[in-house]
Structure formats: structure tokens, C-alpha cells
Design a protein around this ligand. Structure first.
Ligand SMILES: [Zn+2]
Length: 232
């Protein structure tokens, strides 16, 4: 298994023989913070298998407001509509953690997906987990408080980027969590007061993971359990 294959957990599930064909179509790309990969209603030109980047899936409302409904890291693939036979994105896909990914053009992906049973199986399992994440996030945004949602978001990001420190601003977090910027600042300063995180301009670092888990709503563990089950 090559390092790039093992770094993405969907690709890692494909046996060597089938992966040789997939590999021939994969192109390594660097994606940058704030880059938009898909817009709602637009054709998807590539699917992306994150290696060490993080992609947010945002639902937009009235063309000006947006809310994160899911995140895709190295456990998955951006471009879920293709798994379901559709080529148009329903969400905005925005890079929230810069890094590298392996991408495949939509035509070759469709051909490969149709004949590669292990790839189908891996992506069906991943879609099951992503749909659970999207549903849980919808309920979370409605019922849970800003502070516990922020704790959940930080833990989910940590799991996907494999780091305790991320570059982000309160303004960016406000878009992700559907809060006003002041709401994010209030929630973040409470987590800092409890010595769970520290932050400076443009970056946040988790200093107490188990404390942050206790501060998070139950949604973090619910979604994590589904992902663990799907990756078994
Ligand atoms: Zn929640």
C-alpha cells in the first residue's frame, strides 16, 4: 500500500489489484484554506479523497447565510452525489484545513465506481456515516448550546486533521456553526476559562481533550460511534 493510499481510509479499503487501476486516475493536488471545491447546483468536476486536508460541507440559505452540515477528512471522499448516481452538488464544499488530496475527474470516477466492487462497498459505508453526521448536525444546531457545539466541532476537526491546533478565526467559526461572531467569542472564551483550549489571533489549540469531550454535547460521540462502525 502506498503512503497516499493508506492516508485516505476509503482508498485504504481497496485491495491492491483494484487499487492499481484507481491509482492511474488519481491526481495529487494541494488545496488552500477558503478554496471552494463545489457550489450548490453546480456540476461536480472532480471527487476528492483528502490526505491531510479538511473540507466543510455547507448548506446556504437565501444566498448569504451558510451553515456547516458535514465535514470530510481523510476518512472519506468529497463528491457524494456521484455515489448516488448524480453529478450536481447540493452543498458548498469549502476547504477549512489546507493540505493535500487525491482527486479524480468525474468521468473516470463514474466508470471506475461502476466496476470496482470494493470501492463501491467502501463508499457505501462512508455515505452511511456521512448521512448520520449530516442528520445529527441538523438536530445539534437546533437543540444544543453554542459552547457544547463549539466543543463538538473542535473535537471532530481534531479527529480529521490529526492535530490539536488549527488555523481559524471566530468569523470563520461563526459561519460554520451558524452563530453571530459575538456568540462564538463568548463560547470560545468560556472554553478557555475552563482551560480546555487556548487561542490567539487566527488559531485555536486544544489543551485538554478529555475535558473538551465532557464539555461537548452527546452528538460528538454519537457520530464517532457511527463512523467507527462504518470503518470496521
Ligand atoms: Zn449536539
Amino acid at each position: 500500500m502506498t503512503r497516499a493510499q493508506s492516508a485516505n481510509r476509503v482508498l485504504a479499503r481497496i485491495p491492491a489489484k483494484e487499487y492499481q487501476r484507481v491509482k492511474a486516475q488519481l491526481e495529487p493536488v494541494a488545496v488552500s484554506f477558503g478554496q471552494v471545491l463545489y457550489e450548490p447546483g453546480a456540476m461536480i468536476r472532480h471527487v476528492y479523497f483528502p490526505v491531510d486536508c479538511l473540507i466543510s460541507l455547507l448548506t446556504t440559505v437565501d444566498k448569504r447565510r451558510s451553515l456547516e452540515v458535514g465535514m470530510v477528512g481523510n476518512e472519506g471522499m468529497a463528491g457524494m452525489p456521484f455515489i448516488l448516481g448524480m453529478g450536481v452538488s447540493g452543498v458548498r464544499a469549502l476547504v477549512q484545513g489546507a493540505g493535500s488530496a487525491l482527486r479524480m475527474a468525474s468521468g473516470p470516477f463514474r466508470t471506475e465506481f461502476d466496476r470496482n466492487t470494493p470501492l463501491q462497498e467502501a463508499l457505501h459505508r462512508y455515505t452511511y456515516a456521512l448521512m448520520a453526521q449530516i442528520s445529527q448536525t441538523a438536530a445539534c444546531n437546533r437543540f444544543h448550546e453554542a459552547e457544547e457545539r463549539l466543543a463538538r466541532w473542535l473535537l471532530m476537526t481534531r479527529d480529521r486533521v490529526g492535530s490539536d491546533e488549527f488555523l481559524l478565526t471566530h468569523q470563520f467559526l461563526a459561519h460554520m456553526l451558524g452563530l453571530r461572531r459575538e456568540g462564538v467569542t463568548e463560547a470560545a472564551s468560556e472554553l478557555r476559562r475552563r482551560k480546555l483550549i487556548v487561542y490567539a489571533r487566527g488559531s485555536i489549540r486544544i489543551i485538554d481533550v478529555s475535558g473538551l469531550k465532557a464539555a461537548s454535547c452527546s452528538c460528538y460521540q454519537v457520530v464517532k460511534t457511527v463512523y467507527d462502525r462504518a470503518q470496521r
